[in-house]
Design a protein around this ligand. Structure first.
Ligand SMILES: [Zn+2]
Length: 132
């Protein structure tokens, strides 16, 4: 469920934790995933950096996640409409499922994703936290 590439885009080192997306250069529609064709028919996009602010469209509690995330289960996952218009699926953090509401404002934060390898290398990435 959580492919690293679907959560954050790995650019160069300085940019690795930014939320990068794509904006149609014709109609301005934004996408988190790279598209070959916009709904308006345009084929060209500009790369943009999202503010990391958005609203919860819907959410759920995951009790049994992918192996790498199992030590964090249960955790909450939400579909979020970013302020710039793109829709993203992301893990929520620093919150309880019972406190979540559709339409709640959230913002991106840098958090531990998972450990890997014998040395337990910690990987970080973007999660979202509600603004109470
Ligand atoms: Zn377009």
């Amino acid at each position: 469920m959580f492919r690293e590439s679907s959560i954050i885009r790995w650019r160069n080192y300085n940019d690795r934790y930014k939320l990068i997306g794509y904006k149609c250069d014709q109609c301005g529609k934004t996408y988190f995933e790279k598209k070959g064709l916009c709904t308006c028919g345009s084929l060209t996009f500009d790369e943009i950096e999202f503010s990391g602010k958005g609203k919860i469209v819907t959410y759920t509690k995951v009790h049994s996640g992918a192996e790498a995330f199992q030590e964090q289960a249960p955790f909450c996952v939400a579909i979020i409409d970013l302020d710039e218009g793109a829709r993203i699926t992301a893990q929520l953090t620093d919150c309880d499922y019972e406190d979540l509401k559709i339409g709640m404002e959230v913002e991106a934060v840098l958090r531990k994703f998972y450990k890997s390898g014998e040395k337990g290398v910690i990987h970080y990435g973007t999660k979202f936290t509600p603004k109470f």
